[in-house]
Design a protein around this ligand. Sequence first.
Ligand code: NAP
Length: 279
Amino acid sequence: MKKLFAVLGYPIGHSMSPIMLNDVLASYEMDAHYHPFKVSPDELGTAVRGLKAIGIKGFNVTIPHKSAIIPFLDGVDELAMSIGAVNTVVNDNGKLIGYNTDGYGFIKGLDPYITSFSDKKILVIGAGGAARAIYFTMAKLKPLAIDITNRTVSKAEELIEACPFESNSKSLSLEEAAANLNEYDVVIQTTMIGMYPKISEVPISLSNLNAQALVCDIIYNPLETQFLKEAQQKGATVQNGVEMFVYQGALAFEKWTGIFPDVNRMRENVLQQLGGAKC
Ligand code: NAP
């Protein structure tokens, strides 16, 4: 019988996951389908019970359901619980278990550049949902330091206080971070500043950027944000948000099937959907 996978969101039409993951399922000749379901917040519990009743193998969860889904699951792994958000659900013998692959997805994307975090000083720009997943997951890997800068500094402070893993972290205003930017080996932009249609904006000035730094922007529309453009002009190595997107999907696929899929194929698929070249 055909296995069912899905993504639940509201809206859901923009999601690139169905085309990316149906292509991967087909490439492994699996008798399976990945379907997007538009589920309103009011119907989330009913939808989850329905998917469980029909024996879904697994599903992704996207905006606005990543936190709201937790009470409807049978279990949530420790990291996802501490982040307070689930993006991947696995049907484990009839029990729906929630995970968060966003943080590890981001970190997997850094494999070509970073083998150990123990000597790395990291700056996270932003303190929203994506920053939380990245910060908590990275803190587990014990970098030399991992600081957070945010427009609302109190939210950066809250994130540091809420992190269940010991970390050498401080919160900074955007101005302080810009002034001290040359201290950082890795800079991770997680706000929506620079996202289409306001593509000329940057969250902080890069004038003090270390030319040896790795600069990541988790935005993928546009593929090259103004932030990455300026970082590249400063000589830094840059990475856009496609890697995080591809790897969070690859880690979800692995949880459902036991197979770590061909990420090159997935990346090509996503780039085709975005209609551009790799940054
Ligand atoms: P979120 O929870 O709403 O957080 C938004 C963040 O952006 C906050 O830190 C907020 O600061 C900051 N911000 C918003 N408007 C700002 C402004 N005008 N000036 C300065 N800072 C501003 O959003 P999220 O879910 O973390 O998503 C953030 C971005 O990540 C989005 O662009 C999303 O598409 C992208 N994303 C990418 C992936 C991927 O796979 N590549 C995955 C998840 C998310 P305040 O706290 O001061 O409001």
